[in-house]
Design a protein around this ligand. Structure first.
Ligand code: IMP
Length: 441
């Protein structure tokens, strides 16, 4: 039974939520392995739109078990809000949601530190979501983080909050001139949250191991994306976790030998929220047009996303770093009205042509994109059921992207609805989940 990772290949917001939502009926467990409520996974089911921040999108399917792994950082207030809104809309959480006891908590001082640190950086800010994700991972790596299991032990929780505040309050006041906290201000709400969350907190690594032994099929749902990975992304303009496929193992406790495949999700163009290098970025009116057509505004912060052409250098890098077997390409329809479409095939740096992604800040900052131009199809693609229904120029675009990335496409998405999806023949996806074919046709 294949267990697969679904990972973003660009700078996030590729449409992973929709892909996971399509695959969920064909598997038993969906597990989030990194990030926190900085993520926003949008799933449209009929007329209903769900934006999930911490809970895996598999929760929208009755009977799918959803796990928040140890690699995730959890803001309990925000998680409970999300849980309540799902319950109000008829989603059953009991018996379907499991939270790792080792996942770290985002504490009230983390968002304050996040925003204060950004303000201090000024023009060199990262452009974070301000949710406290970076500071929570800093505490995790610094071995002073507070974990879900600590919520269940009041004495230990109090001790850890006191120890943290002794240092954090000084940093907040003396370095950032920001608000400080009392122990009770934190413990009162967090002990209430503990009561709410206790039934869901468990040893999820053990559960996952038992489920895999029993033949359950597990999907590892990535958050953010390859270029935001703390080790492999455009550092320092990244998030603070391992968003790439390797994180699926450390972020859940499932060993690499039990993961069988990796599906990458890429947009037919590129977007990025926040600061940092973006070689194929579009400027001016063109960027505005794509932003409007693609509704490119952050689902967590509402910020306008920067837009750019498809960057094959980034995609090849994502294929290599994640070991991607197949790609789901999303939002093809957003390009329907473009007369000409550019694809970035390499970068020019100090007179040389580079085709492998340069990881260092300096080359990236000055690398100039080298483009190939294809003519647009100027015809709606939404509603196409088969690749052969697509206009020939759209098929040519897809073929060229497959050539440049070196892996076959498995799905082409032409709209937000589940059925606005084309399944590609001869992709590993249909070998992994043969029943997807009948559910989409
Ligand atoms: P942080 O994760 O809030 O620390 O933000 C670090 C960087 O990651 C910023 O550029 C954010 O805009 C970006 N980022 C974080 N989460 C997402 C996401 O879900 N989609 C796209 N960008 C994100």
């Amino acid at each position: 039974m294949p267990n697969i990772v679904v990972v973003g290949t660009q700078w996030g917001d590729e449409g992973k939520g929709k892909v996971v939502d399509i695959l969920t009926p064909h598997l038993n467990v969906v597990v989030r392995y990194a990030g926190g409520n900085n993520a926003g996974h949008t799933v449209v089911v009929g007329k209903e739109k769900y934006v999930l921040h911490t809970i895996p999108s598999g929760i929208l399917h009755a009977g799918c078990r959803c796990v928040i792994g140890c690699g995730v950082v959890i803001d309990p207030g925000s998680l409970i809000e999300e849980m309540e809104s799902l319950v109000q809309r008829g989603v059953t959480l009991d018996g379907n949601l499991f939270i790792s006891k080792n996942a770290h908590l985002i504490m009230p001082y983390h968002p304050v530190l996040d925003r204060a640190s950004e303000a201090k950086l000024g023009a060199r800010r990262i452009g974070t979501t301000g949710k406290g994700v970076g500071p929570a991972y800093i505490d995790k790596a610094g071995r002073r983080g507070i974990r879900m299991s600590d919520l269940l032990d009041e004495r230990l929780l109090r001790q850890k909050v006191e120890d943290n505040l002794a240092v954090k309050n000084r940093i907040l006041r003396e370095i950032y001139d920001a608000q400080s906290f009392t122990v009770e201000e934190i413990l009162n709400p967090y002990l209430r949250y503990a009561g709410w969350l206790a039934p869901y907190i468990t040893d999820t690594a053990l559960l996952l191991s038992k489920w895999i032994d029993a033949g359950y099929q597990v999907l590892f749902e990535g958050a953010q994306a390859t270029m935001l990975d703390v080790d492999h992304g455009t550092y320092p303009y990244v998030t603070s976790s391992n968003t790439t496929a390797g994180g699926a193992s450390t972020g859940t406790g499932v060993p690499p030998t039990r993961i069988n495949g990796v599906l990458g999700v890429a947009k037919a163009y590129t977007t990025r929220v926040g600061e940092g290098p973006f070689p194929s970025e579009m400027q001016g009116k063109l960027a505005e047009t794509i932003r409007a057509r693609g509704n490119e505004y952050g689902s967590t912060t509402g910020r306008p996303r920067r837009c750019g052409w498809f960057d094959a250098v980034v995609l090849r890098y994502a294929v290599r770093i994640n070991g991607i077997d197949t790609i789901a390409l999303t939002k093809l329809d957003v390009l329907d009205q473009c007369e000409t479409i550019k694809v970035c095939t390499g970068y020019r740096y100090r007179g040389d042509l580079i085709t492998d992604f340069p990881e260092d800040e300096t080359s990236l900052a000055t690398a100039e994109p080298v483009y190939e131009e294809l003519s647009g199809w100027m015809t709606p693609t939404t509603g196409a059921k088969l690749e052969s229904d697509l206009p020939p120029k759209a098929r040519r675009y897809l073929e060229r992207l497959e050539e440049l990335t070196g892996v076959p496409f498995c799905m082409i998405s032409t709209g937000p609805q589940r059925d606005e999806t084309i399944l590609c023949e001869d992709s590993p996806l249909l070998r992994w989940f043969p029943s997807v074919r009948s559910s989409l046709l």
